[in-house]
Ligand binder design. Structure first.
Ligand code: SIN
Length: 304
């Protein structure tokens, strides 16, 4: 028998496959396809203190092997999440991870108070959204601000584990990982999207209204594997690895690089069942390699 469970910062996931924030809404649409209790966890759509309508359209565009998005954190706000969406998500036997973005460190603190009081299992602190003017990348690319946001979140999370979502849009991601570890983070998740741009050659206009956006999908997997590997060597925090996972083998690569668990994101848009097929195929690979627990994959890469 293969043990599929993994431990992410003290939270036991029944299997290592969670869905990535921003690709699963609050689960309502996907719950029409399968029991969300099949998932290791759900990272809910990113929340802000107040509702946001996001950026103007067009804000999603296809790319070779991926998509560019500039959604801009459209969401109903943390209070509506607590009142209307969390009770729905709580019907399923899976872990609920709330994802938050703030304009100021104080806003992160206020949201952590509300969410920890509401009983989420973990809080993912997003300091890496490339599509907003305030907060977002400004926090994720500067050591002292990344640390300040982490400290504020920890202070108000009342013991709920805080996982900080890191940006790949930096010179050295390990420096940011070390800064948030020093500030008390319980885990890190990576990678968020890579900043990119497409231009319509006929109109000569950028395809996205915001000009640039964040690239995700299979094209970014090798970047994610490399960054997870680097971060795993630099800090002792557990890692939720993500970026371009669409097959079991992709997830296994991230775990061998050092991730305890993996998130499936963009693949969901083409195949709502992707997290389940990734889970099953990951389990097959682990079993064929003679493991008794999938957690045995974590950090198992044998570098030359
Ligand atoms: C967005 O809403 O623009 C994407 C969120 C993110 O990349 O963190």
């Amino acid at each position: 028998m293969l043990d599929l469970s993994v431990n992410l910062a003290g939270v036991t996931l029944k299997n290592p496959v969670v869905v990535a924030s921003g690709t699963f809404g609050f689960g309502r649409e996907y719950s029409q396809f399968y029991d969300l209790g099949e998932l290791g966890g759900i990272c809910a759509k990113g929340l802000t203190l107040h509702p946001r309508s996001g950026n103007p359209a067009p804000r999603i565009a296809e790319t070779p092997m991926g998509i560019l998005n500039s959604v801009g954190l459209e969401n109903p706000g943390v209070d509506t999440f607590v009142a209307e969406e969390l009770p729905f998500l709580r019907k399923f036997d899976t872990k609920i991870i709330a994802n938050i973005s703030g304009n100021t460190p104080e806003e992160y603190g206020i949201m952590c108070e509300k969410l920890s009081g509401a009983g989420v299992d973990m809080i993912e602190v997003n300091i890496s959204c490339p599509n907003v003017k305030a907060g977002g990348l400004a926090y994720g690319t500067r050591l002292e601000l990344a640390a300040e946001v982490t400290e504020e979140a920890k202070k108000h999370a009342n013991g709920v584990p805080v996982m900080v979502k890191l940006s790949p849009n930096v010179t050295d991601i390990t420096e940011i990982a070390k800064a948030v570890e020093g500030a008390g983070a319980d885990a890190v998740s990576l990678i968020n999207t890579i900043r990119g741009m497409r231009i319509d050659v006929n109109t000569r206009r950028p395809v996205l209204k915001m000009n640039t956006g964040g690239l995700s999908g299979p094209a970014v997997l090798p970047v994610a594997v490399r960054m997870v590997w680097e971060v795993a060597q630099a800090v002792s925090l557990p890692i939720l690895g993500m970026g371009g996972v669409s097959k079991g083998e992709d997830a296994v690569q991230l775990m061998l690089a050092g991730a305890c668990a993996v998130a499936v994101g963009t693949a969901l848009f083409a195949d709502p069942f992707a997290p389940l097929t990734v889970r099953d195929s990951l389990a097959d690979i682990a079993a064929k390699q003679g493991l008794t627990a999938v957690s045995g994959l974590t950090g198992g890469v044998r570098p030359w």
